[in-house]
Design a binder for this molecule. Sequence first.
Ligand SMILES: [Zn+2]
Length: 400
Amino acid sequence: MGAKRCSGQRNKEKASTVEQLAYRFQGFPTRTQEHILNQFIGSVRFLWNRMLGDWIGSYKEKGKSDPIRTPSSYKQEPGLEWLKDMDSLALCNVQQNFERAVSEFFSGEKGFLRFKKKHACKDSYTTNLSNKENPNLFLEGCMLKLPKVKEPVVLRLHREVAPGGILKNCTVTREPDGRWYFSLVYEYTRKDVPKKAEGQAPDKIRSIGLDMSLPELFVDSNGNVPNYPKPYRRLQKKIAREQRRLSRMEKDSSNYNKQLRKIARLHAKAKHQREDFLHKLSYNLVHDYDIICIEDLDMVAMKKALSFGKSVSDNGWGGFVRMLQYKAERYGCIIIKVDKWFASSKTCSSCGYKHSELKLSDRTYICPKCGHVMGRDHQAAINIRNEGMRIYTETHPLAA
Ligand SMILES: [Zn+2]
């Protein structure tokens, strides 16, 4: 029964009426709780490796693989009774992930399945809600109740969980630095939020344009760039410093490997800080504006473009746009994507002159026709906003 219930999460029919929201919080399990959580993490890794071992074994022996065994059949095996004390929902998720990995392998989507090595793989497990009436998984205040863990775990809720949702599942992760994180997935009934711009005169509509630009992610039509928090900037400097130290070390020495792990931890920390910041930033944008205009960049083509190379994908513009889009839907904000061929950085925002000689290396725009001077990306952001608003007013004529 448990296994069936888990699979319901990916039910396509439900997808149109519900939406899921994920939150990631740091948690502070006690020593006893840490011990249990570590056991659960170990048990899912164990089960995965056993399933894979058996699967490969039967394939080698008979030339075809036996049906994938259920966690409960493993629990019956002598010596494996300890699995009964583990979180059965987490084990059932292993079975599902395994089945998916097998079918993805056969369909050619993914490569062959791998064994999970301790510490080399993500130390985590996923559990879920199994009973709505008598929930085994819930958050009360900052206390998270997990299945098979007696006392709730204390979380640091750095942002508010939107009310009205049902906590569907939770992924518990132990980071390499020993910190614990809890990713909670909530399910909400989707409701159509009226668009804030609807019925408003164009000059009353609060609009903004964003021009993707490096290294700050974007410049907006007010000339602002994201104001990354100080700790994040400090961390960036630290990473650069540690990276330089690494380059002076002898490769494959124990100090070198230690330093490598240290840098990996710093990167992980920076990534979380950054994501956190981008969540707040995107929330503020959809909250403060009725219409947000962005350039419709073809990310694949962008990545291929040699001049941008790696930095575009690292910069996470695509991820940021996704954040903007789902948040916009929730808060009634409209996102308008402006044609990527629209000459956003070449057009003068003051007189409309198209400065086709402008090179990518010119960081300042000086209009040859009217003498207007402006930062190149700021100008592009204004043009993106103007073009977006032109599209909007054209497609949404006000009833007289
Ligand atoms: Zn001009």
